[in-house]
Design a protein around this ligand. Structure first.
Ligand code: PGA
Length: 248
C-alpha cells in the first residue's frame, strides 16, 4: 500500500473575526511548533478575509494555509470572486473545492468544480475536492454510485494527482453529529480510489462530517482514511489539536 501521510484540515467556514481568528491560528501554530517535526500535515482554511493575517501568524510553523473556494478564471471582471493565483499569492497551499454547502447554496455543479480544480492546480495549489451522498441517496442504497459519479464528474479531464486530495463528506453527516460506520467509510473510500484509477493509491482521501475529539481516534486509525476535514470542531484550538494528535 502506498505510504500516504495523514492530513488534518480545519474548515472555519464563515467564522472568525480578526482577533478571534488570529488567536485561534496562533494557538494551533504554537501546538504544531511544539511538536516539530510533525508526523502529519495540518492545514487551516480561514475565511478569505483572514487568509493574509493568518498567513503571517502561521509563518515559520508547520501549519499550512488553505482557502475555502477559488474561481475558475485567472483574473477579470468577476465581482466578489477570488482566483486561485491570488490565493497562491497569499501563501495558500490548498483550496477546498466543491464543498456540499457551496454545491447546495451557490448552485455549484460538478462541471464548475472541475474547472475550478484545473485552475487551482495550474496556480500550484492542492485541490481538496469534496464529495458525498445525500440522505436520500444513502437511504436508497445509492451512496457508493453517487459518490463515484461525483468524483469522476468533478475532475477535469487532465488533472495532477499529486495536487489532489479527495474529502468524503456525506451531506447528512455535516454538522449533524451523525457519522457513517467505519465500514461505510472504508467502502466509500475504496470506491473513490477505484474511480480515480491507477493514481487512486497515491491520492489522500479524507473523511469529513461531524468529526470531533470523541470520534476521531477510530476514524484516523483506519488505513483507508488519510486524514480528516473538520468543520465546527476546528473553531476550538484544543479540540482541533486533540483530533490532529489522533494521527500519531
Ligand atoms: P462539520 O463540517 O465538521 O462541522 O460537520 C465538516 C465540513 O463541512 O467540512
Amino acid at each position: 500500500m502506498a505510504n500516504r501521510r495523514k492530513l488534518v484540515v480545519g474548515n472555519w467556514k464563515m467564522n472568525g473575526r480578526l482577533t478571534s481568528g488570529l488567536n485561534l491560528a496562533k494557538d494551533v501554530a504554537d501546538k504544531a511548533s511544539a511538536q516539530k517535526p510533525l508526523a502529519f500535515d495540518v492545514v487551516l482554511c480561514p475565511p478569505a478575509t483572514l487568509i493574509w493575517p493568518v498567513a503571517e501568524v502561521v509563518a515559520g510553523s508547520p501549519v499550512m494555509l488553505g482557502a475555502q473556494n477559488g474561481h475558475a478564471a485567472n483574473h477579470g471582471a468577476y465581482t466578489g470572486e477570488i482566483s486561485a493565483g491570488m490565493l497562491a499569492d497569499l501563501g495558500c497551499r490548498y483550496v477546498i473545492l466543491g464543498h456540499s454547502e457551496r454545491r447546495a447554496a451557490q448552485g455549484e455543479t460538478s462541471a464548475m468544480v472541475a474547472e475550478k480544480i484545473a485552475a487551482a492546480q495550474l496556480a500550484g495549489l492542492i485541490a481538496i475536492l469534496c464529495v458525498g451522498e445525500t440522505q436520500e441517496q444513502r437511504a436508497s442504497g445509492a451512496a457508493e454510485t453517487a459518490v463515484a459519479r461525483q468524483v469522476s464528474e468533478s475532475l477535469p479531464e487532465k488533472f495532477d494527482a499529486s495536487k489532489l486530495v479527495v474529502a468524503y463528506e456525506p451531506v447528512w453527516a455535516i454538522g449533524s453529529g451523525e457519522l457513517p460506520t467505519l465500514d461505510d467509510i472504508r467502502r466509500i473510500h475504496k470506491a473513490i480510489r477505484k474511480t480515480l484509477g491507477p493514481v487512486g493509491e497515491m491520492v489522500q482521501v479524507l473523511y469529513g462530517g461531524s468529526v470531533a475529539p470523541s470520534n476521531a481516534g477510530p476514524i484516523l486509525a483506519e488505513p483507508e482514511v488519510d486524514g480528516v476535514l473538520v468543520g465546527s470542531a476546528s473553531l476550538n484550538s484544543d479540540g482541533f489539536w486533540a483530533i490532529a494528535e489522533k494521527c500519531r
